[in-house]
Design a protein around this ligand. Sequence first.
Ligand SMILES: NC(=O)c1ccc[n+]([C@@H]2O[C@H](COP(=O)([O-])OP(=O)(O)OC[C@H]3O[C@@H](n4cnc5c(N)ncnc54)[C@H](O)[C@@H]3O)[C@@H](O)[C@H]2O)c1
Length: 319
Amino acid sequence: MKKILIIGSTGQIGSELSVRVRSIYGDNNVVCGYYAPPFPEGFFEAGPAIKIDAQQIKQIADAVRKYDIDTIYNLAAILSATAEKNPKLGWDVGVGSLMNCLDVARDYKCGLFTPSSIGAFGPNTPKDNTPQDTIQRPTTVYGITKVLGELVSDYYFEHWQVNTRSVRFPGLISNVTLPGGGTTDYAVEIFYKAVKGEVFECPVKAGTFMDMMYMPDALDAMIHLMEANPEKLIHRNSFNVTAMSFDPEMLYAAIKKYYPNFKMVYNIDPLKQAIADSWPNKLDDSCARKEWGWQPHYDLDKMTADMISKLSGKLSSRA
Ligand SMILES: NC(=O)c1ccc[n+]([C@@H]2O[C@H](COP(=O)([O-])OP(=O)(O)OC[C@H]3O[C@@H](n4cnc5c(N)ncnc54)[C@H](O)[C@@H]3O)[C@@H](O)[C@H]2O)c1
């Protein structure tokens, strides 16, 4: 039985990953490391929780020892658009937390999952069917931390056999927790506006294609990769994974099938547009499919139907 520590467990991914892994491995076998509010409802009642600042290696090591942890999901980060406004903080949290987790994983023989991102690519990366192994020259501090993270995680595997594994997540869409300041956040925010009957101001231009994924597929990706047979893994840090690629107009059209009067206007955020323009249109994730059986279940229409059904229930019960 695995004993799991999730660092950054109250964020967009962590708040759902913790529920999913607890349902698989047992409530008491999953420890939620938290850093700052807001806390998901019932957070402290659901299972063990401990305050961890991932920039403090002692706090991670103490938690690993105390709970006899064998697997760490390190989700502490400052997302792309926020990190561009405060590059030093983006670097310190992104790199500091990873280096601390790597050392603890090496010293206590833990598996370690740390997400990379489509932000690990840059403007001179091939934009369509972006290969697994290709040019990575990102132009954001977030992307630079992700490339460093991929390389140093492979280094710890090669030198000390630390069981590091990772995926390059695209924009993640969820109906549970709002995103934390990324470039693809618009693809979540648009649903809230549609369901509330409000006008949506889209911060990126029509024709800006980016990879996206619905959260249930993202959770599957993390858990399946951490359970994958190591002998089958040719790559480790990090696998391209995607589920769909769309631009704002395609998403708008998919939502209008449910809300014909819904209105979207453009109010371009130059920072988010510049970041989006530097990222791929669509990744080739065939290595993940071959090496550990990656297979998403949600495309644009299926994700839209589920988002609208879940959000309309949630928002109407709050009204
Ligand atoms: N959400 C996405 O669309 C997306 C896409 C690609 C990659 N990722 C990656 O997935 C990971 C998690 O992303 P998320 O969307 O859940 O982000 P988020 O911003 O929602 O959550 C990040 C969490 O890190 C915590 N944190 C910040 N500083 C910390 C510190 N010093 N110590 C411990 N915790 C700290 C925050 O409190 C928060 O709970 C990040 O590595 C991110 O780069 C996310």
